[in-house]
Unconditional design. Structure first.
Length: 443
């Protein structure tokens, strides 16, 4: 989960100089920092106020802390940190579920990277394509309202960026909180959204506020809303209808947060198949914004590429460069199946690779270094003999992980290619993770 406004960073460890320094560096990036002396204090803070990212001293029982988070269904990224920690302890923390290890004394760039891992502060929408202009005009006209907003479009076309821009334009003082509906189990997702009472399930040792309640006068953005389980759909509908949030003791709660959602699939088709509640779609889609794919916005490609090039040059302390004639032609000819996200990644690589006065065509490459637009080589036909001696589970696992890498961690896209549901994909990946098999993080 992540938020605009200040990112809420929780530092867990005995008070000391290095932690104070890390806190100061994080505050310099604009983060809101809370200090907890131990894991128990940190858990109570997360139950009451939530958080966007946790950095915990490796001298604490990191494995037990992460296990408690899972037991209480609190989904928050955890970074382990420490002073001259042995490599095996850092590895053990990561195996226990920590996203990464950050050495102390802290370095400003590492702290900033940790903050950036949960925050995207750039909410400028570049381009003047007529379809995009219509979407932007409708969104801005409704930005100051409390009406739910559904943003639809292909993967990578900027749905979350658009939602952030609408939140920024709304004048709301609360946070912009992202809930990824496709990457959490139904149980964790329900607790994330609605909270839970003490004793609601075996690991619920205390009451926890849900993110919808926690957002207060902010915005809750539901990414890939089609992945919501039926029970969560029913509860979300109750929230949008203003009935209750199923709070502890069944007290009614007035919800002040604005709900936005995104999808890359045909929700009307899911309703027709009985896989999504029609009443919920009607509520969420009161304002329905359709974002065009990049291939339909050819006039916006060069302005966006220039914007990204300037931004990445500044971030990497490099002089700004324009694109030469061949690179410009290549940018306009490429079909951009990955949409704006693919363009941004391509320009990022080009800025880092280019060694000329202008960004040349040979700097425009894919993630594996292949020239952009190079014809795909036909995949060799697999010899059936290579499967002999392997179990069906092994072959299925390799196929899923290979497809996920091909989709750069986009689980919804990988599920579509494989012809399985997002929930099936999520469950398969969960079994891989539990078996100690590395899984590419969701993009």
């Amino acid at each position: 989960m992540h938020a605009t406004g200040p990112v809420h960073l929780l530092l867990v460890g005995a008070p000391g100089t290095e932690f104070r320094t890390a806190a100061a560096m994080a505050r310099e990036t604009g983060a809101h920092v809370t200090l907890a002396d131990n894991a128990a204090m940190a858990l109570q803070i997360l139950r009451d106020d939530g958080g966007d990212i946790v950095m915990i001293d490796i001298d604490q029982d990191v494995a037990r802390f992460i296990a408690q988070l899972r037991s209480e269904r609190i989904a928050v990224p955890v970074l382990a940190c420490g002073i001259d920690a042995a490599a095996d302890r850092a590895v053990a923390a990561i195996r226990a579920g920590a996203r990464d290890y950050v050495p102390l004394p802290p370095q400003a760039d590492l702290i900033a990277a940790a903050i950036l891992s949960v925050s995207q502060n750039v909410t400028r929408i570049v381009g003047d394509d007529p379809a995009l202009a219509r979407a932007l005009a409708l969104g801005l006209a409704m930005a100051h309202s409390s009406a739910p907003m559904l943003i639809v479009g292909e993967s990578g076309c900027g749905k979350e960026l658009f939602a952030r821009a609408m939140h920024d334009a709304s004048g709301r003082h609360g946070r912009f909180i992202v809930i990824d509906c496709a990457t959490n189990s139904p149980e964790i997702l329900e607790s994330e959204l609605f909270g839970h009472a003490a004793g609601a399930f075996p690991g619920a040792v205390a009451r926890r506020r849900g993110r919808i309640e926690e957002a207060v006068d902010g915005t809750v953005f539901l990414r890939d809303v089609e992945a919501l389980a039926p029970a969560a759909q029913a509860r979300l509908l109750a929230v949008l209808q203003g009935t209750n949030v199923h709070r502890p003791a069944a007290e009614a709660a007035t919800i002040r947060a604005r709900i936005m959602a995104s999808t890359g699939v045909d929700l009307d088709g899911l309703v027709a198949k009985g896989l999504f509640q029609g009443n919920l779609l009607a509520r969420l889609g009161l304002v329905r914004i359709a974002l065009p794919p990049l291939r339909a916005r050819i006039g916006d490609i060069l302005p966006m590429a220039s914007f990204f090039a300037d931004r990445f040059a500044l971030a990497n302390d490099l002089p700004p460069r324009g694109f030469d004639e061949a690179a410009t032609a290549l940018l306009l000819q490429h079909p951009w199946p990955g949409n704006v996200r693919e363009l941004e990644d391509t320009v990022h690589r080009a800025v880092l690779l280019n060694r000329r006065e202008s960004i040349a065509a040979d700097a425009l490459v894919t993630a594996d270094g292949s020239p952009l637009g190079a014809p795909a080589t036909a995949a060799p036909v697999a010899d059936p003999a290579i499967f002999v001696g392997r179990t069906v589970d092994d072959v299925e696992r390799d196929l899923i992980l290979h497809t996920l890498r091909h989709c750069r961690g986009n689980r919804t896209l990988a599920s579509t290619i494989l012809g399985i549901s997002v929930r099936t994909m999520r469950n398969k990946l969960k079994t891989f993770i539990e078996a100690g098999i590395p899984v590419l993080p969701a993009s």
